[in-house]
Ligand binder design. Structure first.
Ligand SMILES: Cc1cc2nc3c(=O)[nH]c(=O)nc-3n(C[C@H](O)[C@H](O)[C@H](O)COP(=O)(O)OP(=O)(O)OC[C@H]3O[C@@H](n4cnc5c(N)ncnc54)[C@H](O)[C@@H]3O)c2cc1C
Length: 397
């Protein structure tokens, strides 16, 4: 163990990811943003460096590594290119981890093979009229004979149009039309008929990964497409959402990585840039800014690493994951904004990465649960109550 509590293997892993980040990933980052093209070449690099599917158990071809291992890789990559960091999140956490925890043998094998071959699975929850209120989703899966027929619309689905494997959440109805709960169904783009990518969102940042509207039009799947956690369909959504705690830690890590990258650029520039005949880091106004930035980053890193460690043998703790995501996403925005300020006019130029980092980092208080809704999660955990958000009174679990 070293000072940050990392094992020698983890230090090596971190070094490998940092080397990749500093070399080819940095070299491509601006182009990925400008062209808005998914960086398939970086996917190959991640695959070769064994940074994809790390958390998949060894019996399915993965490395059986922990969340912190994935976090170390994501943090290093995101400092260079947030899009590549996000690919590392979604090939180690989120949908793939839900399937590996709760899927059938057949589902696990299929999902593991696809991810290890370079597919970044998509997780489809959000709808135009059901965002923070995911339980209000209207996408439905109707049981018809020995099939489910799925209809509805999801939007802001990361990877829509590049991902093949999709984990789609829908309200499940039996043959008589009775609601049975929210289920997660697996479908494969270009194989499962009725799954249609109908729009790409024009995003502010993170432009190398498409965010898409996906329509399900009489999408017909067998019951074997349904991922059913041990507590069954009714409570299954809550179980599947525990897998989402890993995704939240991953999202916090990308924000942390972007902010670290921006901070390092500012620190370096503060030594090189001279005004009034001295390096700008001799001005106390900027020294204190650097100090505050480093304090925020150290605190965020501790929250993220601890949340990742809390998931050993399962999924990260909900409270710790929410705390880490709220704190890191909000502070990362400030750190990147401060870093940009160090560069004066240059920081505002598209020739430097700061403006891209400022656009990229802005997402993380929104996607994967907004900072407001995650504060509700934190408060609910502290008060040991389910805090209802609807007008019809207190609901207790
Ligand atoms: C880049 C990006 C990628 C995404 N990727 C995916 C994906 O892959 N899959 C997927 O399913 N979704 C994805 N999302 C969607 C994301 O999860 C939702 O945007 C998020 O849950 C918020 O929903 P909403 O946008 O509808 O906002 P709304 O729910 O409409 O919220 C609007 C505002 O009201 C606030 N608010 C709402 N309810 C409460 C409350 N109870 N208390 C306090 N404040 C509240 C919110 O915090 C927010 O500020 C992505 C979003 C982005 C931006």
């Amino acid at each position: 163990m070293n000072a940050s509590g990392l094992s020698p293997e983890q230090v090596k892993l971190q070094a490998r990811a940092r080397e990749l980040a500093a070399g080819p990933v940095t070299a491509r980052a601006a182009e990925v943003d400008r062209t808005e093209q998914y960086p398939w070449d970086n996917v190959d690099l991640l695959k070769d460096a064994k940074l994809i599917g790390m958390t998949i158990p060894t019996q399915y071809g993965g490395q059986g590594k922990g969340w912190l291992d994935a976090v170390l890789a994501i943090e290093a990559l995101s400092a260079a290119c947030a899009v590549t960091g996000r690919i590392a999140v979604e090939t180690n956490m989120g949908a793939i981890s839900a399937v590996m925890a709760y899927g059938s043998e057949e589902q696990k094998k299929m999902a593991a093979d696809m991810v290890l071959a370079g597919d970044k699975p998509a997780i489809c929850i959000t709808e135009p009229d059901a965002g923070s209120d995911a339980n209000g989703m209207t996408t439905r899966a109707d049981k018809k004979g020995n099939r489910y027929v799925i209809n509805g619309r999801k939007h802001w689905i990361t990877g829509g149009g590049v991902s093949r494997l999709h984990l789609i959440f829908a309200k499940v109805y039996d043959e008589k039309g009775n609601e049975e709960g929210i289920g997660g169904f697996l479908a494969i783009r270009n194989e499962t008929k009725g799954l249609k990518i109908t729009k790409r969102e024009p995003t502010m940042g993170l432009r190398g990964i498409p965010e898409a509207v996906i329509d399900f039009e009489d999408m017909d799947v067998p019951p074997s497409a349904l991922v059913i956690p041990p507590r069954g369909l009714k409570k299954g959504f809550a179980d599947l959402m525990t897998a989402y705690n890993s995704q939240r830690v991953g999202a916090a890590t990308v924000a942390l990585g972007i902010a670290e990258g921006a901070y390092r650029l500012a620190l370096d520039w503060s030594e090189k840039r001279e005004q009034f005949g001295r390096p700008i880091n001799e001005f106390q106004g900027l020294q204190w800014k650097l100090a505050d930035m480093s304090i925020k980053l150290s605190a965020a890193r501790a929250l993220v690493y601890n949340a990742a460690r809390s998931g050993e043998g399962g999924f990260p703790d909900m409270l710790m994951a929410a705390q880490a995501k709220v704190f890191t996403s909000e502070n990362a925005i400030q750190v990147v904004n401060d870093a940009l300020q160090f560069f004066g006019a240059r920081g505002y130029s598209r020739e430097l990465p700061l403006e891209r980092m400022a656009r990229d980092v802005r997402m993380f208080t929104i996607g994967g649960g907004t900072a407001e809704v995650l504060r509700n999660v934190v408060a609910g955990a502290l008060l040991k109550k389910k805090l209802p958000q609807t007008r019809d009174g207190w609901v207790r679990d």
